[in-house]
Design a protein around this ligand. Structure first.
Ligand SMILES: Nc1nc2c(ncn2[C@@H]2O[C@H](COP(=O)(O)OP(=O)(O)OP(=O)(O)O)[C@@H](O)[C@H]2O)c(=O)[nH]1
Ligand SMILES: [Mg+2]
Ligand SMILES: [Zn+2]
Length: 306
Protein backbone atom coordinates (compact mmCIF):
# COMPACT_ATOMS: atom_id res chain seq x y z
CA UNK A 1 0.00 0.00 0.00
CA UNK A 2 1.22 3.52 -0.71
CA UNK A 3 2.28 5.82 2.13
CA UNK A 4 0.04 8.20 4.08
CA UNK A 5 0.37 11.83 3.02
CA UNK A 6 -0.62 14.91 5.02
CA UNK A 7 -3.07 17.22 3.33
CA UNK A 8 -5.75 19.84 3.92
CA UNK A 9 -9.25 19.70 2.47
CA UNK A 10 -9.72 22.80 0.31
CA UNK A 11 -13.11 21.98 -1.22
CA UNK A 12 -15.93 19.58 -0.46
CA UNK A 13 -18.39 18.38 -3.10
CA UNK A 14 -20.78 16.11 -1.27
CA UNK A 15 -18.68 13.05 -0.48
CA UNK A 16 -15.88 14.06 -2.79
CA UNK A 17 -13.04 16.31 -1.83
CA UNK A 18 -10.19 18.33 -3.20
CA UNK A 19 -7.14 18.34 -0.92
CA UNK A 20 -3.86 20.20 -1.00
CA UNK A 21 -0.74 18.24 -0.15
CA UNK A 22 2.17 19.76 1.77
CA UNK A 23 4.12 20.20 -1.48
CA UNK A 24 1.31 22.45 -2.76
CA UNK A 25 -0.10 20.00 -5.29
CA UNK A 26 -3.80 19.23 -5.33
CA UNK A 27 -5.45 15.84 -5.37
CA UNK A 28 -9.06 14.74 -5.71
CA UNK A 29 -10.11 12.28 -3.02
CA UNK A 30 -12.97 10.12 -1.87
CA UNK A 31 -13.68 8.85 1.61
CA UNK A 32 -13.98 5.20 2.53
CA UNK A 33 -17.45 3.78 2.96
CA UNK A 34 -20.08 6.18 4.12
CA UNK A 35 -17.83 8.60 5.96
CA UNK A 36 -18.95 12.02 4.90
CA UNK A 37 -18.16 14.14 7.91
CA UNK A 38 -15.07 15.62 6.31
CA UNK A 39 -15.20 19.41 6.02
CA UNK A 40 -13.44 22.13 4.15
CA UNK A 41 -10.44 23.08 6.30
CA UNK A 42 -9.92 19.62 7.75
CA UNK A 43 -6.38 18.34 8.13
CA UNK A 44 -6.32 14.80 6.82
CA UNK A 45 -4.10 11.92 5.84
CA UNK A 46 -4.63 10.57 2.36
CA UNK A 47 -3.34 7.63 0.40
CA UNK A 48 -2.87 7.59 -3.33
CA UNK A 49 -4.98 4.94 -5.05
CA UNK A 50 -3.37 2.56 -7.51
CA UNK A 51 -6.14 2.73 -10.07
CA UNK A 52 -7.59 6.19 -10.42
CA UNK A 53 -11.03 5.66 -11.82
CA UNK A 54 -13.87 7.49 -10.18
CA UNK A 55 -14.61 10.85 -11.65
CA UNK A 56 -15.19 13.54 -9.12
CA UNK A 57 -17.63 16.46 -9.16
CA UNK A 58 -20.99 17.01 -10.81
CA UNK A 59 -21.26 16.07 -14.50
CA UNK A 60 -21.04 19.68 -15.58
CA UNK A 61 -17.83 20.01 -13.63
CA UNK A 62 -16.22 17.05 -15.36
CA UNK A 63 -12.98 18.02 -16.87
CA UNK A 64 -12.57 20.81 -14.38
CA UNK A 65 -11.76 18.57 -11.49
CA UNK A 66 -9.34 15.73 -11.85
CA UNK A 67 -10.18 12.07 -11.59
CA UNK A 68 -10.14 10.84 -7.99
CA UNK A 69 -6.58 9.92 -7.15
CA UNK A 70 -6.73 9.24 -3.47
CA UNK A 71 -8.64 8.20 -0.41
CA UNK A 72 -8.97 10.13 2.85
CA UNK A 73 -7.89 7.72 5.59
CA UNK A 74 -7.80 9.90 8.73
CA UNK A 75 -9.08 13.24 9.96
CA UNK A 76 -6.91 15.07 12.51
CA UNK A 77 -8.56 16.42 15.68
CA UNK A 78 -10.14 19.78 14.97
CA UNK A 79 -9.42 23.09 16.63
CA UNK A 80 -12.96 24.18 15.82
CA UNK A 81 -15.97 23.01 13.88
CA UNK A 82 -18.46 25.55 12.65
CA UNK A 83 -21.80 23.99 11.92
CA UNK A 84 -25.50 24.70 11.88
CA UNK A 85 -28.35 22.35 12.54
CA UNK A 86 -32.09 21.96 12.65
CA UNK A 87 -34.07 19.17 14.29
CA UNK A 88 -33.18 16.73 11.50
CA UNK A 89 -29.69 17.32 10.33
CA UNK A 90 -26.40 19.05 10.84
CA UNK A 91 -24.51 20.93 8.20
CA UNK A 92 -20.81 21.42 8.62
CA UNK A 93 -19.62 24.78 7.38
CA UNK A 94 -15.88 24.64 8.02
CA UNK A 95 -13.28 22.99 10.21
CA UNK A 96 -10.28 24.48 12.03
CA UNK A 97 -11.11 28.11 11.46
CA UNK A 98 -9.97 30.63 14.07
CA UNK A 99 -12.06 33.57 12.92
CA UNK A 100 -15.51 34.10 11.46
CA UNK A 101 -16.10 37.07 9.24
CA UNK A 102 -19.81 37.78 9.03
CA UNK A 103 -20.41 39.68 5.83
CA UNK A 104 -23.45 41.91 5.67
CA UNK A 105 -24.18 44.52 3.03
CA UNK A 106 -25.79 47.87 2.62
CA UNK A 107 -27.93 46.25 -0.07
CA UNK A 108 -29.85 43.95 -0.16
CA UNK A 109 -30.88 44.57 3.44
CA UNK A 110 -29.56 41.98 5.83
CA UNK A 111 -31.23 39.77 8.40
CA UNK A 112 -30.03 40.66 11.89
CA UNK A 113 -31.35 37.39 13.31
CA UNK A 114 -28.95 35.51 11.05
CA UNK A 115 -26.14 37.77 12.26
CA UNK A 116 -27.05 37.12 15.91
CA UNK A 117 -27.10 33.37 15.25
CA UNK A 118 -23.67 33.44 13.59
CA UNK A 119 -22.28 35.27 16.61
CA UNK A 120 -23.66 32.64 19.01
CA UNK A 121 -22.09 29.88 16.91
CA UNK A 122 -18.80 31.79 16.91
CA UNK A 123 -18.89 32.16 20.69
CA UNK A 124 -19.57 28.46 21.10
CA UNK A 125 -16.48 27.58 19.05
CA UNK A 126 -14.35 30.34 20.63
CA UNK A 127 -13.76 32.08 17.32
CA UNK A 128 -12.66 35.64 16.79
CA UNK A 129 -15.40 37.67 15.15
CA UNK A 130 -15.25 40.42 12.59
CA UNK A 131 -18.40 41.93 11.11
CA UNK A 132 -17.85 43.42 7.66
CA UNK A 133 -20.36 45.91 6.33
CA UNK A 134 -19.80 45.70 2.60
CA UNK A 135 -21.05 47.88 -0.30
CA UNK A 136 -20.42 51.12 1.56
CA UNK A 137 -20.12 52.76 -1.86
CA UNK A 138 -23.94 52.73 -1.75
CA UNK A 139 -24.05 55.65 0.63
CA UNK A 140 -27.69 55.90 1.58
CA UNK A 141 -28.21 52.19 2.08
CA UNK A 142 -24.96 52.04 4.05
CA UNK A 143 -26.17 54.56 6.57
CA UNK A 144 -29.29 52.48 7.30
CA UNK A 145 -27.19 49.34 7.69
CA UNK A 146 -24.78 51.19 9.97
CA UNK A 147 -27.67 52.01 12.30
CA UNK A 148 -28.73 48.36 12.32
CA UNK A 149 -25.19 47.41 13.34
CA UNK A 150 -24.78 50.05 16.05
CA UNK A 151 -25.85 47.71 18.89
CA UNK A 152 -23.11 45.29 17.81
CA UNK A 153 -20.27 47.80 17.99
CA UNK A 154 -21.72 49.02 21.28
CA UNK A 155 -21.27 45.57 22.85
CA UNK A 156 -17.74 45.22 21.59
CA UNK A 157 -17.90 43.54 18.20
CA UNK A 158 -15.50 44.85 15.62
CA UNK A 159 -17.36 46.29 12.64
CA UNK A 160 -15.40 47.12 9.51
CA UNK A 161 -16.99 49.18 6.78
CA UNK A 162 -15.73 48.82 3.24
CA UNK A 163 -16.57 48.41 -0.40
CA UNK A 164 -15.28 45.24 -2.00
CA UNK A 165 -15.42 46.81 -5.45
CA UNK A 166 -13.41 49.84 -4.35
CA UNK A 167 -10.81 48.88 -1.75
CA UNK A 168 -10.26 45.85 0.48
CA UNK A 169 -6.92 46.90 1.95
CA UNK A 170 -8.58 47.74 5.28
CA UNK A 171 -9.46 44.07 5.68
CA UNK A 172 -5.96 42.65 5.23
CA UNK A 173 -4.59 43.34 8.73
CA UNK A 174 -7.54 41.47 10.25
CA UNK A 175 -6.69 38.33 8.28
CA UNK A 176 -3.05 37.90 9.27
CA UNK A 177 -2.38 34.70 11.19
CA UNK A 178 -5.98 33.56 10.99
CA UNK A 179 -7.92 30.84 9.26
CA UNK A 180 -11.02 32.86 8.50
CA UNK A 181 -14.36 31.82 7.12
CA UNK A 182 -16.67 34.25 5.35
CA UNK A 183 -20.30 33.66 6.25
CA UNK A 184 -23.44 35.55 5.30
CA UNK A 185 -26.54 35.68 3.17
CA UNK A 186 -26.32 35.27 -0.56
CA UNK A 187 -25.43 38.43 -2.44
CA UNK A 188 -23.61 40.18 0.42
CA UNK A 189 -20.32 40.10 -1.51
CA UNK A 190 -18.28 37.32 0.11
CA UNK A 191 -16.84 36.07 -3.16
CA UNK A 192 -16.26 39.60 -4.41
CA UNK A 193 -14.18 40.23 -1.29
CA UNK A 194 -12.15 37.07 -1.85
CA UNK A 195 -11.63 37.88 -5.50
CA UNK A 196 -10.37 41.33 -4.59
CA UNK A 197 -7.96 39.88 -2.04
CA UNK A 198 -6.78 37.03 -4.25
CA UNK A 199 -6.62 37.56 -7.99
CA UNK A 200 -6.14 33.80 -8.46
CA UNK A 201 -9.49 33.09 -6.86
CA UNK A 202 -11.21 35.13 -9.51
CA UNK A 203 -9.99 32.76 -12.17
CA UNK A 204 -11.44 29.79 -10.32
CA UNK A 205 -14.83 31.47 -9.81
CA UNK A 206 -15.05 32.38 -13.47
CA UNK A 207 -14.02 28.92 -14.59
CA UNK A 208 -16.65 27.21 -12.45
CA UNK A 209 -19.49 29.52 -13.37
CA UNK A 210 -18.75 29.22 -17.07
CA UNK A 211 -18.58 25.43 -16.71
CA UNK A 212 -22.01 25.47 -15.09
CA UNK A 213 -23.14 27.78 -17.87
CA UNK A 214 -25.08 30.05 -15.59
CA UNK A 215 -24.93 33.81 -15.51
CA UNK A 216 -24.97 33.68 -11.74
CA UNK A 217 -21.91 33.76 -9.57
CA UNK A 218 -23.55 32.27 -6.53
CA UNK A 219 -21.10 30.11 -4.63
CA UNK A 220 -22.18 26.46 -4.50
CA UNK A 221 -19.35 24.88 -2.49
CA UNK A 222 -17.10 25.93 0.33
CA UNK A 223 -13.59 26.62 -0.89
CA UNK A 224 -10.39 27.34 1.01
CA UNK A 225 -7.80 29.77 -0.33
CA UNK A 226 -4.33 30.19 1.11
CA UNK A 227 -3.51 33.85 1.66
CA UNK A 228 0.04 33.30 2.85
CA UNK A 229 1.85 30.73 5.01
CA UNK A 230 -0.09 31.63 8.13
CA UNK A 231 -3.42 32.89 6.82
CA UNK A 232 -6.26 31.36 4.86
CA UNK A 233 -9.79 32.22 3.85
CA UNK A 234 -12.82 30.03 3.24
CA UNK A 235 -15.56 31.23 0.90
CA UNK A 236 -18.94 29.65 1.63
CA UNK A 237 -22.27 29.45 -0.12
CA UNK A 238 -24.77 32.02 1.17
CA UNK A 239 -26.87 30.88 4.13
CA UNK A 240 -30.52 31.75 4.65
CA UNK A 241 -30.93 30.09 8.01
CA UNK A 242 -28.46 29.28 10.75
CA UNK A 243 -30.01 26.66 13.01
CA UNK A 244 -28.56 26.34 16.49
CA UNK A 245 -30.33 23.15 17.45
CA UNK A 246 -27.06 21.68 18.70
CA UNK A 247 -26.75 24.37 21.37
CA UNK A 248 -28.50 24.40 24.76
CA UNK A 249 -30.57 27.30 26.09
CA UNK A 250 -27.71 28.16 28.46
CA UNK A 251 -25.14 28.14 25.71
CA UNK A 252 -27.23 30.53 23.62
CA UNK A 253 -27.62 32.82 26.67
CA UNK A 254 -23.83 32.94 26.95
CA UNK A 255 -23.52 33.61 23.22
CA UNK A 256 -25.38 36.88 23.74
CA UNK A 257 -22.22 38.25 25.27
CA UNK A 258 -23.69 41.42 26.76
CA UNK A 259 -26.16 39.36 28.81
CA UNK A 260 -23.31 37.86 30.82
CA UNK A 261 -23.32 40.21 33.80
CA UNK A 262 -27.08 39.73 34.32
CA UNK A 263 -27.25 35.96 34.06
CA UNK A 264 -28.14 34.29 37.34
CA UNK A 265 -29.78 37.46 38.66
CA UNK A 266 -33.36 36.76 37.61
CA UNK A 267 -35.83 35.91 40.38
CA UNK A 268 -36.33 32.41 38.95
CA UNK A 269 -33.22 30.41 38.29
CA UNK A 270 -34.82 28.86 35.19
CA UNK A 271 -36.08 32.22 33.87
CA UNK A 272 -36.62 32.22 30.10
CA UNK A 273 -36.55 36.03 30.06
CA UNK A 274 -40.03 36.22 28.54
CA UNK A 275 -42.79 37.31 30.94
CA UNK A 276 -41.46 36.10 34.27
CA UNK A 277 -41.51 38.65 37.10
CA UNK A 278 -38.15 39.82 38.35
CA UNK A 279 -36.29 39.16 35.09
CA UNK A 280 -32.88 40.84 35.26
CA UNK A 281 -32.52 40.95 31.48
CA UNK A 282 -35.86 42.68 30.98
CA UNK A 283 -34.97 45.18 33.70
CA UNK A 284 -31.65 45.81 31.93
CA UNK A 285 -33.55 46.51 28.71
CA UNK A 286 -35.85 48.93 30.53
CA UNK A 287 -32.84 50.66 32.05
CA UNK A 288 -31.31 51.04 28.58
CA UNK A 289 -28.38 48.72 29.38
CA UNK A 290 -29.34 46.03 26.87
CA UNK A 291 -30.64 46.76 23.37
CA UNK A 292 -34.33 45.77 23.15
CA UNK A 293 -33.85 44.23 19.70
CA UNK A 294 -31.14 41.93 21.07
CA UNK A 295 -33.44 40.52 23.76
CA UNK A 296 -36.11 40.16 21.10
CA UNK A 297 -33.70 38.18 18.91
CA UNK A 298 -32.71 36.02 21.87
CA UNK A 299 -36.37 35.22 22.52
CA UNK A 300 -36.98 34.40 18.87
CA UNK A 301 -33.93 32.16 18.62
CA UNK A 302 -34.69 30.19 21.79
CA UNK A 303 -38.42 29.97 20.95
CA UNK A 304 -37.65 28.49 17.55
CA UNK A 305 -36.25 25.54 19.54
CA UNK A 306 -32.94 27.10 18.62
N1 LIG B 1 -22.06 48.19 -5.19
C1 LIG B 1 -21.36 47.13 -4.75
N2 LIG B 1 -21.68 45.90 -5.20
C2 LIG B 1 -20.98 44.85 -4.72
C3 LIG B 1 -19.94 45.02 -3.77
N3 LIG B 1 -19.45 43.79 -3.47
C4 LIG B 1 -20.17 42.90 -4.18
N4 LIG B 1 -21.08 43.53 -4.96
C5 LIG B 1 -22.04 42.91 -5.89
O1 LIG B 1 -22.94 42.09 -5.16
C6 LIG B 1 -23.31 40.94 -5.91
C7 LIG B 1 -23.12 39.68 -5.10
O2 LIG B 1 -21.74 39.50 -4.85
P1 LIG B 1 -21.11 38.07 -4.50
O3 LIG B 1 -19.68 38.32 -4.17
O4 LIG B 1 -21.39 37.08 -5.57
O5 LIG B 1 -21.94 37.68 -3.20
P2 LIG B 1 -21.77 36.37 -2.29
O6 LIG B 1 -21.91 36.84 -0.90
O7 LIG B 1 -20.54 35.64 -2.64
O8 LIG B 1 -23.07 35.52 -2.70
P3 LIG B 1 -23.28 33.92 -2.61
O9 LIG B 1 -22.11 33.26 -3.26
O10 LIG B 1 -24.56 33.69 -3.34
O11 LIG B 1 -23.39 33.58 -1.16
C8 LIG B 1 -22.45 40.98 -7.17
O12 LIG B 1 -23.25 41.49 -8.23
C9 LIG B 1 -21.35 41.95 -6.82
O13 LIG B 1 -20.84 42.61 -7.94
C10 LIG B 1 -19.63 46.33 -3.32
O14 LIG B 1 -18.73 46.60 -2.51
N5 LIG B 1 -20.39 47.34 -3.84
MG1 LIG C 1 -20.22 33.71 -3.26
ZN1 LIG D 1 -34.85 36.49 33.14
Amino acid sequence: MSELLSAQVIAAFGRQYLVRLTDGSEMACLTRGKRSEVACGDNVEVRRTDHPSVRIGTPSLNGLLPTAQGVIENIAPRRSLLHRSDAYREKIIAANVTQIIVVVAAEPSFNDELLARCLVAAFDQKLEVLIVLNKCDLLEAASAARKQLAPYSAIGYRVLELSAIQDVSLLRPFLTGHSSVLVGQSGMGKSTLINALLPDAQAITREISSALDSGKHTTTHARLYALDNSSSLIDCPGVQAFGLHHLSFGRIEQGFVEFGQYLGQCRFHDCHHLHEPGCALRSAVEAGKIDARRLDLFQRITAASH
